[in-house]
Design a protein around this ligand. Sequence first.
Ligand code: SF4
Length: 343
Amino acid sequence: MLSTKIEGINIEQPYIGKVYIENDLITCNNGRLKLTLSPNDFLNYESGDIISIMPDGIVSILYRTSWQDLTLFVTNQCNSACIMCPQVCDNSGHFLNMNLQILELRPENVKHIGITGGEPTVFPDVVVELLNRVHDIYPDTPVSFLTNGRAFKNLNLVKKITSIGHSKLLFCIPLYAANYEQHDYIVGSKGAFVDTIKGIFNLFRMRQLVEIRTVLFSKTIGNIKLLADYISRNLPFVRHVAIMGMEYSGYAAKNSNEFWIDPFDYKEILDSTALSLYRRGMMTSIYNIPLCLLTERVRFLARDSISAWKKTYPISCNTCSVKEQCCGIFETSINISEHIIPL
Ligand code: SF4
């Protein structure tokens, strides 16, 4: 069995603990086991960090209080197979126990919680249990539930989640086209468009908050105007529409020759699409695209959207006057626009 030894203690199962630093002594505690950690220049521990130590000895930071954004990763599994998925999915099951352990440590300063995967609803009972615990501990914290929405064609699942009563739960659901042929092609799964639309209507029926997300890359940019029309005509009840730049990692990186499109080259299409949604009264945001790659008149829709642990700024950004407001770029992306110029 794989295990690592710290202070003579064998770590045979993933260990989740909270970091405490006092008088230069770094310890980690999960209520059952307290360990002393060596300083680590790479991880640069801070008090309040939630870390994991795996049996192979790898230590990771799962949450820093300075992030304020707690991500609960439910599973690597998925019931779709998006051609540009930034992750490589597998059949490794779910991580409910790990997530419950993280929550029991009461991560501090949490302003937002993300529930993500894979596709979390591949394990519906896990999702219900996790959301219940999230609601117990963080009843007033906004939660973004990243899902393809297909499982919500089952109204009973929607009812179970609704009964938890978390009033700030937002279902963030991707749509890539206004028709089933193109959407199903992109998500690599026949019937996905119909499932997702049924799911969105079931969530609406149970008065849940829905955000539509769409990602811009070479295969979707031609659909985006029709999609915006479709959303504003057929799904006007959604709380928010997020138009997103692509993270070129995973399958997106593998196929980047085919998928890459510089945001600079689609900025006019994005401009007219985003403004058409906004002018029709839809709450609209642009995620993951630096301000310098947007037309001036849609910059007010741009959000600082890239998670702290994934974002970076090219050196040239140091002289930019809007760096504080800019989302930067994905550190995990293999493609970077050649048009990033300080404003
Ligand atoms: S130069 Fe850098 S900080 Fe400024 S808008 Fe572009 S990406 Fe953002």
